[in-house]
Design a binder for this molecule. Structure first.
Ligand SMILES: [Zn+2]
Ligand SMILES: [Zn+2]
Length: 171
C-alpha cells in the first residue's frame, strides 16, 4: 500500500492495513511470515517532511541459529519514522547525522510505501540470535546430527584419537 500524501486528509492521517502471509515478501529468505502482519498508525505532514508512527504485530518463523529447526517468534513493535523528500535531502550540502536522524528515510515526495516500512520493522524487531531454546544443543559439527533429538559418538571419537596420538608420542 502506498500512502499518497495528497490524499492524507481523506483518511484523517490514519492508516491501518493487514498483510496476509503471501502478501508480504521479506528480503531475508530464512524468515517468513506465519501470521498476517497487522499495522496501524498515524501519518503527519509538516512542510516537506512526513512523520509516520504506528504499531505492528506479526508472527514469523526463522531457523534456530544452532539446530536450524524452525522457531516461531511473535513480533510486536512500535515505530516512528521520518521521511524527507529525496530532492531536498540531496540539495543540502552537508548532512550531519544526529541520533534522532537514525530513523530518517528518504522518499519520492509523493507517497510512502507502507510495505517497505512493515518489512523493515519486522526485520529490525528480530532478535540477533534466534534460538529454539536457551539450551539448544545444536548440530554436531562432524556428522550434523541434531543433538537435541539424538546423540552421536563423534566427540568421544575425537578425544579418543587425540588420546591415541598422545600415547603414540609417548611410546
Ligand atoms: Zn535449536
Ligand atoms: Zn556427530
Amino acid at each position: 500500500m502506498r500512502i499518497e500524501l495528497d490524499k492524507l486528509e481523506e483518511f484523517g492521517g490514519k492508516f491501518s492495513r493487514v498483510y496476509g502471509i503471501n502478501q508480504l515478501s521479506l528480503d531475508d529468505r530464512e524468515v517468513r511470515l506465519i501470521d498476517p502482519a497487522l499495522v496501524h498508525g498515524r501519518i503527519k505532514r509538516s512542510g516537506n517532511e512526513v512523520e509516520l508512527s504506528g504499531e505492528l504485530t506479526a508472527s514469523i518463523e526463522a531457523p534456530c541459529g544452532r539446530c536450524l529447526q524452525p522457531v516461531r517468534l511473535p513480533i510486536h513493535s512500535e515505530f516512528a519514522e521520518r521521511f524527507v523528500p529525496a530532492v531536498s535531502w540531496r540539495a543540502e550540502e552537508q548532512h550531519e547525522l544526529h541520533e534522532e536522524d537514525l530513523n530518517l528515510a528518504v522518499f519520492d515526495g509523493e507517497a510512502i510505501d507502507l510495505e517497505d516500512v512493515v518489512r523493515e520493522e519486522i526485520l529490525l524487531a528480530l532478535p540477533g540470535h534466534i534460538l529454539c531454546s536457551e539450551d539448544c544443543k545444536g548440530l554436531c559439527p562432524i556428522c550434523g546430527i541434531d543433538r537435541n533429538v539424538s546423540s552421536c559418538q563423534c566427540e568421544n571419537k575425537m578425544i579418543d584419537s587425540r588420546w591415541n596420538k598422545l600415547k603414540e608420542l609417548r611410546t
